[in-house]
Design a protein around this ligand. Structure first.
Ligand SMILES: [Zn+2]
Length: 250
């Protein structure tokens, strides 16, 4: 009887753990009037391909006297979509009508997905925003001009924007790398290699590209929850994988 019960527990240990964890956390937090679902949720937002331009490149493409035309605000304070659009051209293909996001950046940066990179015929290089040394270039085409950039095309590394107080709440700091469990109805997944970005001007949101968003089947209300599986300095997802391949399980 004991053996049967234990083996049942063992076979179902993950379910048991989660049920237990949910009940206990729910009870603990509800004592403090905290709704656990709202408390831990990080909204996941999809960034479609877009372009940030330096002021110099904007003027080259749209004219010396041109200014960005504000259309609508984005979730991160101060960021907005412009009315102006560009075509991105690579050796194998083009994307027309690509959004420009304001305000001006120090350097021009084009953010695409790995699928986009394949269609354009450009090497997909995963980088944090702003880190564009040794990245591929492309051609940007406006109605009246064309500009060849020799670097700046990146596939943005997935990341979470949060304020310092949220970082304290989640027990993370700027540039930490975390995993995020997603809520989905049929294709739940855990994103690894998610960089935490902390700034007092940020608003809580995780940013993924269209490939990453499509990998999760939740179009209506995507969100995730941080799980800090490793500290990423002494033990990483890669090391975990290597161990599992060798038959070591912790
Ligand atoms: Zn972002």
């Amino acid at each position: 009887m004991v053996k049967t019960f234990l083996s049942y527990l063992f076979d179902n240990r993950i379910d048991f753990f989660f049920i237990f964890a949910n009940i206990s956390t729910d009870n603990n937090l509800s004592n403090y009037g905290v709704n656990i679902k709202m408390y831990n949720k990080i909204p996941i937002e999809t960034s479609a391909r877009h372009i940030h331009l330096s002021e110099k490149d904007f003027k080259l493409l749209f004219g010396e006297d041109a200014e960005m035309t504000f259309v609508k605000e984005l979730s991160q304070p101060g960021q907005f979509v412009c009315a102006e659009r560009l075509t991105i051209a690579g050796p194998k293909g083009t994307y027309e009508n690509v959004a420009i996001l304001g305000p001006y950046r120090k350097e021009t940066q084009v953010e695409i997905s790995l699928t986009d990179a394949r269609k354009l015929g450009i090497r997909g290089v995963i980088r944090q925003s702003g880190d564009i040394a040794d990245t591929p270039g492309c051609t940007l085409i406006s109605p009246n001009a064309s500009l060849k950039i020799d670097k700046g095309v990146i596939v943005a590394k997935r990341h979470i924007h949060m304020t310092p107080s949220e970082a304290i709440r989640y027990n993370v700091k700027d540039n930490d790398v975390v995993c995020v469990i997603t809520k989905s109805f049929e294709r739940a997944l855990i994103y690894a290699d998610v960089v935490v970005r902390v700034n007092k001007n940020f608003r809580l949101a995780m940013h993924v590209d269209t490939d990453e968003a499509n990998a999760v089947a939740n179009e209506t209300n995507p969100y995730g929850v941080i799980v800090k599986l490793f500290d990423n300095n002494t033990y990483t997802v890669d090391m975990w994988l290597e161990e599992l391949l060798m038959g070591i399980s912790r």
